[in-house]
Structure formats: structure tokens, C-alpha cells
Ligand binder design. Sequence first.
Ligand code: NAD
Length: 435
Amino acid sequence: MADAPFSILDELGFRFEPDNLYQQVVTQTLTAAEKLETPRHLQLIMAQPKNEIMVHFPVKMEDGHYRLFKGYRVQHNNLLGPYKGGVRFHPDVSLDHVKALSLLMTMKSALVGLPFGGGKGGVQIDPRAVSLEELRRVTRRFTVALGDNIGPDHDIPAPDVGTNPAVMGWMADTYLNTAGRTQRINGESVVTGKPLAFGGSPGREKATGQGLVFVLDELLPELDLDPATLSFSLIGYGNVGSWAGRLLGHRGATLKAVMDHTGAIYADGGIDVERLAKHVAEHGGVAGFNHGCETIDEATFYGVEVDLFIPAALEQMIGPEQAGLLNCKVLAEAANAPTTPEGERVLTEKGVRVLPAILCSSGGVTVSYFEWRQNRDAVTWTVDRVDRELCELMHAAARRTREMAHRLKCDLRTAAFAAALESLSEVYAIRGIFP
Ligand code: NAD
């Protein structure tokens, strides 16, 4: 039997901070490792990333002054393939945050069975507060600062909060302009989530929302919910939230309430998912959307009675207070780590089933893998093929999670981590630890 998780944290010199996202994610990983009786040395390896890269770079702003930016790239694990994970542009990006997200990427890739490891990056910047030209310069300088720490066979960034296909296009272009001649072969596959005309994949933009819908198709029937008739609410109407909302809406589900950084709206008869997407694209958020909706406050938003609640914004938004207000049967985590351990405890007591993020939000990295393959083969798949292959992998990952939950008699979060750890353990056992 493996040792208690906290002895690993002690050994690594962590001062226990229950609110620290990285420690929360490590604890979830170690809880699953314990259940699976994973060897202690693998628990140690998983508890810290391989590389933590921190860069500072100056950028000339429109008014002529220079601003110094801080950026990160954390490479958690590359046992199964190149490091892979998004780049976030947000003022609150911190090293511990990026470390947590990089560990989750290792778990997602392993759970789905992708030939990738886990990484994550970010720059401390509010992308809404700078001009397009400033954003482009920041992206280019960040890419150059990372240098050969990224590459198509080494570490492959993708979009995350605050970044989009345009940012990925600038990253790929910067890499192609600065890399040596041999590194430029398939050089555009250094990042995924690119614009369609520059090596992007059909279906990548909707991929995380689409992946969530496929997971729901597999898991909801046994929870007595039908994706075609259920009611739901969403936090976040950005890339992931808006696609989840639109795809579920097209199936016939009723979107009752949405909250984002600009406010919260509610319509008992259902919100028009397409009109809302258009409004958010034009106005930057859900505030001001009428069309039969009323504005509600945050507490009312959380209390709206729905079958399914989908957090698709930032981490740690569902703490005990929010969990106490929630009035849903199932919570599906489309964002990374949206539920705190205390929040989850309250949800479990209330009988709310939690579908974990490393399963529900793995559609994005899966279609990123398809994009990477298309770039290397110099082909473009049809969106039907992308959807078909995504559907197969999401259903398989959901079934694997459910089977592990039965086998270990544990919740779905622990099961998803355990399934990922099982794949990693098997390969570590074959390869051994160098030297
Ligand atoms: P995005 O930038 O497109 O959207 C973020 C959303 O969060 C916006 O609607 C914003 O209004 C909302 N938000 C921000 N602060 C908020 C606050 N304080 N209260 C309420 N809402 C707030 O980002 P995204 O790409 O949709 O990512 C959302 C989540 O999904 C993140 O956790 C991200 O890591 C995760 N994720 C994204 C992808 C992807 O492919 N983009 C893949 C996997 C996981």
C-alpha cells in the first residue's frame, strides 16, 4: 500500500495550503494513486513538473512606453509524448496556477490515450486592456522568449482563456520565422488551435464543447438525464461555454441561465443560444442581452433549478458557498478545476453527481492532436471525420472512467485520475527510470 498523500507533499517541502490550486490538484492525483496502489516513486514524479520556465520580456506599447511582461511555460510530464497544453493570457496567471493546469494536461492526455504529455503556459496580461497590435507584439516576444523550449516534437501550445486562433497564428508565424531550417519542417504544428486557413483543423474551435456533449451522451442516461430534454445553466460563454451551450441547445436542451464576468441572465422558457453567442461576440459578455431574459444577481444565478450545471469559466469558482446554493442533479466540469475540494464535499452531501474536468474538458486537446496529425501529413480532414473520431475517443474515455469507478469503488474524479495514472504507470514500468 502506498503512503498517505500528504507524506509525499511533506517530502517535497510543500507547506500545506488548502486553498492552493496546485496542492488541490496534486492531492486529487495522489488520492487516486493511493487507491490504485501506484508505486511511491511515480507519485513523487507526478507531484512536481519536470520543467518550470519563467520569462520576462519588454514590449513597446502604443503610447511609446515599455512594459515588462512575465510569462510561464510549465512542462509537467513527457512520458507519453511531447508536452501539450494551452497558453493563457490573464492578469492572475501565476506559477502555481500554471503548474496545476500542466498536471491536469498530463492526466487528460493519458486518460484519452493521446501520444502527448502535459504542459501549460501563460502571460500576466489583460488581453481586453491592450490593443490588437500590442497583443500581437506580446505574443511574438513571448514566443521568442520561449525559444526552443517549444517545438512540434517537444512542446506544443494551444489556446486557453484569453487566447484564440489569431494568437496561435502569430505564435506559429513567429516560430517559423525564428527557428532553424530543420526545425521548420512541419513547423506550423508547433501550436494547435490555429486559424483554419493556416493549418487549423475543422472542428477545433468547438472541440471542447463538443467533447463535453459526447461525454454527456455516454454518462447521463444512467443518471436518468436525457441530453435532448434537460435544462442547464452555464458559467462562461467564451469558447468552451458558448459551444457547449449551442450544441446542447441544438439537441433540444433548455439553457435557463448564464453568468460571465459581465453579469448573469435568466429566462425560464430558455435562452436563444445562437443570438447570445452573437451578442457576446459583439459586446464582450452576456450583460445587456434581452430577448426574453432578465438580469439576475450571482446568488440567484447559482440557485436556478436545472438538471445540469456547467462551469465553463475559471478555476475554483464553485466553493462551499456556491455549492450550497446550487440546485442541480449533475455538475459537469467544462472548465479546468472549477470545483474546490470543499465545494465538492458539499455537492456530494447534497447528492449532486460531479463529472470531472479531466474527462469533460478533454475534447480540446483531442482535436488538437488531430490538428497536429493533419499538419504532419499535410492533409485536411472533414469536420465529419473530426467529429466521428472525437466521439469515439470521448465515449471510450467516459467508459474507462466509469469502469474504473466500479473497479475501485470510488467517485468519478478519482476514477478518471486513476485511469490516467494506470496508463502512465504501465509505460513507466516498461521504460524504467533513466539511467
Ligand atoms: P474564454 O476566454 O473563451 O472564456 C472564458 C469565459 O469565462 C468568458 O465567458 C468569461 O466571461 C468568463 N469569466 C471570466 N471571469 C469570470 C468571472 N469572474 N465570473 C464569471 N465568468 C467569468 O476561455 P475558454 O477557452 O472558454 O476556457 C474556459 C475554461 O475551459 C478554462 O478553465 C479553460 O482552461 C478550459 N478549457 C479550455 C479549452 C479550450 O480549448 N479553449 C480546453 C480545455 C479546457
